[in-house]
Design a protein around this ligand. Structure first.
Ligand SMILES: NC(=O)c1ccc[n+]([C@@H]2O[C@H](COP(=O)([O-])OP(=O)(O)OC[C@H]3O[C@@H](n4cnc5c(N)ncnc54)[C@H](O)[C@@H]3O)[C@@H](O)[C@H]2O)c1
Length: 303
């Protein structure tokens, strides 16, 4: 466990009923924090709450008033808000030509506006306190090109931009801001791509495609990395190690990274055509995942 005293800290985790959020709730609770889970999923939130002692609130992060209301209540009941994890999110996958504006609107509403709502309500509280840490869950797709994931990647890049900009603004006021950029993590998200929206081939096959990459990183390990990154006040918390390799390569060799990604897509299109696939619309989430993996492998191989 990390050395920062999370004991007695008051934390809200949006999306805390499942996956990465639930793992953050477990890690924070076992480090002694008072945790409030904010999630749409009442039953899931209660289950994690029973297990960890966390409070639960049914909140839709797309509803700015509901998010602000929760933060007001937590501050008045606990006397402070020390940690705001804006983590709730959904996955959208498909090529730009097949995705509808509803796909775009939904991912902007949940994954970007949801974070904005949390920031907008929590930051003034932390400014008044002169302390606090906002931790926004972005993605490795917020640092790299994400073919087949364009709306998701666009929004995650926005979350990274928001977080780094606010980090600079907040630095003189005692408030810290970090963005978490995980590679693929083994959570139910991968099995519910394009939720409530027209399904795409990539969305339907995302979990299977991603799992062809091998054993996925587990959410409890990511939560450990995140708390360590928060304790160190890292601007970007990128994990696992393969994601850090891909990120470094995209920063230091962007043209090579782009060429590697494009050649990966072409290779799969040719394989599909050879296998009798009609249109070469490759598996988006898996495609992007394999691109990142290929980038990683290439980098590792050349290291
Ligand atoms: N799993 C991955 O591979 C991965 C990789 C990079 C980033 N992420 C990001 O991590 C975050 C958590 O994802 P996860 O993998 O744990 O997914 P998950 O599906 O396991 O959990 C997401 C949680 O968010 C909640 N949620 C969704 N919409 C909501 C809303 N409008 N209001 C409140 N709660 C809502 C869901 O009910 C769920 O409990 C997301 O922002 C996701 O984009 C995930």
């Amino acid at each position: 466990m990390v050395s920062i005293p999370f004991t007695g800290r008051v934390a809200i985790v949006t999306g805390g009923a499942s996956g990465i959020g639930a793992a953050l709730v477990r890690a924070l609770a076992s480090a002694g924090a008072s945790v409030v889970i904010a999630d749409l999923d009442e039953a899931g939130g209660r289950a994690v709450g029973r297990e960890t002692g966390a409070e639960t609130a049914v909140v839709d992060v797309t509803d700015a008033r509901a998010v602000a209301g929760l933060i007001d209540r937590v501050v008045s009941e606990h006397g402070a808000l020390d940690l705001m994890f804006n983590n709730a999110g959904i996955a959208i996958a498909g090529t730009v030509d097949e995705l509808t504006l509803d796909h775009w609107d939904r991912v902007i509403d949940v994954n970007l506006r949801g974070v904005v709502h949390g920031v907008h309500a929590a930051y003034p509280v932390m400014l008044r306190q002169g302390s606090g840490h906002i931790v926004n869950t972005a993605s490795l797709a917020g640092l790299l090109p994400g073919p087949g994931l364009a709306p998701y990647a666009a929004v995650k890049h926005a979350v990274v931009g928001l977080s780094l900009s606010l980090r600079a603004e907040a630095a003189g006021h005692g408030v810290m801001v970090s963005a978490v950029c995980p590679g693929f993590i083994d959570t139910p998200l991968l099995d519910r791509v394009n939720p409530g929206l027209p399904q795409t081939e990539a969305g339907a096959n995302a979990a299977a495609l991603v799992r062809t990459l091998g054993k996925l990183y587990q959410p409890d390990l990511l939560a450990r990395d995140v708390l360590r990154g928060v304790a160190r006040n890292q601007a970007l918390i990128v994990a696992p190690a393969s994601a850090r390799v891909a990120w470094r390569m995209a920063r230091y060799a962007p043209s090579f990274t782009m060429r590697t990604i494009i050649s990966g897509i072409r290779k799969r299109e040719r394989a599909r055509a050879a296998a009798g696939g009609a249109a070469a619309t490759d598996g988006a989430a898996g495609g992007a995942g394999r691109d990142a993996a290929e980038v990683t492998e290439d980098t590792t191989a050349s290291a």
